[in-house]
Design a binder for this molecule. Structure first.
Ligand code: FAD
Length: 393
């Protein structure tokens, strides 16, 4: 039986962040990851690392925050159009060298690679091809399978979490009927960072909404589909329709395509009855990606989990209080994040006449009102301040 202070199930971004933040507090940590070290996860996926997240990670490893900032890019600005007409546009100032940028945009693969590098430097043990299959909470410790034992287990094993099932927690929420297609395009490596563009009723997409967002090495295109769309046909041949959606009409090379539906779910508890297991990231909640709440809120969970378990292990906090507080605070944050993404989704789908009318009126008013354009620019991502104390996530 191998002993650690903390076991982390899952070596995705949230598990790696949790492990690093625990190690930075002097704890002995082992990450149990079902995949092999060389497995490559396809696609850009979470590309927006918020400045708050950079600072959280920088608290454990300042060089990590710097590497994520340098390896990613900051968009040149944001641009919102309605049926081919600009309704809002704003340039971002160039980030000052040495300062934490407001955000960094890079593929999730690159984010995970940097997190792994920091984990190894901090002495985190990474156990590859080691799926968590059983969890047993005993008086004073938790056992995973027959080989690992620790004071605490952080379950960061993703949407289909084994740990969540093992502690009897359940995800509750909804799944939207609407489908989105996401296409990654290879970018011109020498070109300047482009803008993030949200185009309502894009004429070249049959009046569907289209989001394009640059990340280091690529451009991400999200197409909001209609119920009658042939999703299989569109994902089979994205090159046949995606080029006219690319701002500036640059040549495109498709590197990845996928489709998804919005899940909006939060686990009914983030901890087990014995207060030895804490769920974090997608093991605990699933949000629609608009607003970048998946990865950023998962890393906020990781920081809170590390604080809770370190407090108990180092004897500065009683277990019931620290773990109970984790559940109360992060579950409340998840419910607020879910509400924020639900508001974004209501605006994107605009299924009721009054939402559609408000958007049309704002689009007309944006010809002379910056406020109307700014509102249209903001609503696809949900409220900026979801009311979570001390964090946007
Ligand atoms: C198409 C797409 C686009 C997205 N876009 C965005 C975006 O723009 N912004 C955003 O914030 N988020 C986005 N997301 C969501 C983002 O990818 C997730 O929020 C993020 O990956 C969650 O991280 P995680 O570590 O909680 O889970 P995961 O990334 O799923 O990691 C879980 C890890 O656990 C491992 N694992 C699973 N089961 C076990 C087990 N039993 N034992 C051990 N290990 C196990 C897995 O192999 C994996 O490595 C997107 C996701 C997708 C699919």
């Amino acid at each position: 039986m191998k002993h650690s202070d903390v076991l982390v199930a899952g070596g995705g971004p949230v598990g790696l962040a949790a492990a690093l933040l625990c190690a930075a507090r002097g704890l002995v940590v082992t990450v149990l990851e079902s995949e092999s070290e060389t497995a490559v996860r396809a696609g850009s996926r979470a590309i927006f690392v918020h400045g708050v997240t950079l600072r959280t990670l920088g608290g454990a490893d300042p060089e990590l925050a710097q590497r994520l900032a340098n390896r990613g890019l900051t968009w040149g600005g944001k641009h919102t159009l309605w049926a081919g007409r600009t309704v809002y546009r704003r340039s971002y100032p160039r980030p000052r060298s040495g300062m934490t940028p407001p955000f960094s945009s890079l593929s999730q693969r690159d984010i995970e690679a940097e997190l792994r590098r920091s984990c190894l430097a901090a002495g985190v043990r990474l156990a590859w091809r080691t799926p968590v299959e059983t969890v047993s909470v005993r008086p004073g410790h938790v056992e995973v399978g027959s080989g690992h034992r620790a004071s605490f287990l952080i379950g960061a094993d993703g949407a289909r979490s084994t740990v969540r099932t093992a502690i009897g927690a359940r995800l509750a929420g909804t799944r939207s009927d609407a489908s989105f297609i996401v296409v990654d395009l290879a970018d011109d490596p020498l070109g300047p960072p482009g803008e993030r563009v949200f185009h309502y009723r894009h004429p070249a997409a049959g009046n569907r909404h289209v989001l394009t967002a640059p990340f280091r090495g690529g451009l991400r295109v999200d197409l909001q589909c209609r119920g009658t769309d042939d999703i299989a046909g569109l994902t089979a041949d994205p090159a046949s329709w995606v080029a006219p959606l690319v701002p500036g009409g640059a040549a495109v090379e498709v590197t990845w395509v996928s489709h998804y539906r919005f899940h909006q779910s939060v686990a009914d508890t983030f901890i087990d009855a014995g207060r030895r297991v804490l769920l974090a990231g997608e093991a605990a909640h699933l949000f629609a990606p608009f607003g970048a709440r998946g990865l950023n809120s998962g890393i906020a969970d990781a920081a809170a989990a590390a604080e809770a378990v370190a407090g108990v292990i180092t004897g500065t906090a009683p277990r019931d209080d620290a773990v109970g507080r984790y559940d109360a605070v992060r579950r409340a944050a998840a419910l607020r994040n879910r509400e924020a993404t639900a508001q974004a989704l209501d605006q994107l789908l605009a299924t009721d006449m009054s939402t559609r009318a408000r958007q049309r009126i704002a689009a007309a008013a944006a010809r002379h009102s910056v406020r109307a354009g700014a509102w249209l620019d903001r609503i696809p991502y949900g409220p900026r301040d979801a009311g979570i104390p001390g964090s946007p996530y």
